[in-house]
Design a protein around this ligand. Structure first.
Ligand code: ZN
Ligand code: ZN
Length: 261
């Protein structure tokens, strides 16, 4: 059986409260052996839930931050909690953080300020950053470069830019993660982007519960569905599914420094 890693899942969220254990079992049955849970949505309870999940399951890892959508709500208490959780041994990265100028749910300058501060936190604890970037690629690259994010490295998650953007992130030393969007009919620029990212820099993710890949599109997304995204990414990368799966498992383990053995 082919093994996969879902590098970005929101299984801490309320969408999974009714059947979380069933969802995690279904992931394992599909070969999705490891899952990175992103504790960053809404308020700080997301970070606490992600860490709790990672504490009790050796195949689940957590990240912590506040999503760019929600940074307008941040208080000094939130920063104190993030700084405390950042050093937790089951927390493998700081994120998701970044700029979302498509939705603009938080003020742009607030997003940029939080992004800078989370990069500084990542550098302080020596962990990579998981970046959420939408319609703000040039601005994000400027912040990543100016604040030395490449020193800790990171992932441009749910990539939605152009092949030129993908190549620029690769040149800066970052990894690029593809979600179910890559399977959508109108997503040709994202499929083209797969071809410019070297196989040792590609990650795959569900970003569940949203963005279910074809043929599951429209349903609640879950980690087991990352297999469908892997199939399309393998095809675009020009490698067999088993090779794409092995590369993305290894890349995720390396960037997030999963324990070996
Ligand atoms: Zn995101
Ligand atoms: Zn996400």
């Amino acid at each position: 059986m082919i093994a996969f890693t879902d590098s970005h899942a929101h299984v801490d969220g309320p969408e999974f409260d009714a059947d979380r254990e069933v969802v995690l079992a279904r992931a394992r049955a599909a070969g999705v052996q490891r899952i990175v849970v992103i504790g960053a949505v809404g308020d700080t309870s997301s970070a606490e839930r992600a860490v709790a999940l990672a504490e009790r399951d050796p195949d689940v890892f957590a990240t912590i931050a506040t999503h760019p959508h929600d940074v307008d709500k941040m208080t000094p208490d939130w920063w104190a909690l993030h700084e405390r959780l950042a050093t937790h041994p089951r927390v493998v990265a700081i994120g998701e953080t970044g700029l979302d100028f498509y939705y603009d749910h938080s003020a742009r300058e607030t997003q940029a300020e939080a992004f800078r501060r989370f990069i500084a936190l990542a550098r302080k604890v020596g962990k990579p950053v998981v970046c959420h970037i939408r319609d703000a690629h040039a601005e994000s690259r400027a912040i990543l470069a100016e604040h030395g994010a490449a020193e800790v490295g990171g992932v441009i998650h749910c990539f939605t830019g152009t092949p030129e953007d993908a190549a620029a992130y690769v040149a800066m030393g970052f990894h690029v993660s593809f979600s179910g969007i890559v399977t959508y009919r109108n997503a040709q620029p994202i499929r083209d982007s797969v071809r410019v990212v070297p196989l040792d820099r590609i990650l795959i993710e569900t970003d569940c519960p949203y963005l279910a890949p074809v043929p599951m599109r429209g349903r609640r997304n879950e980690p087991a569905f990352v297999v469908h995204t892997a199939e399309v990414v393998a095809r675009e990368a020009g490698v067999p599914l088993a090779e794409l799966a092995a590369a993305t498992v290894a890349n995720t383990a390396r960037i997030f420094r999963f324990p070996t053995g």
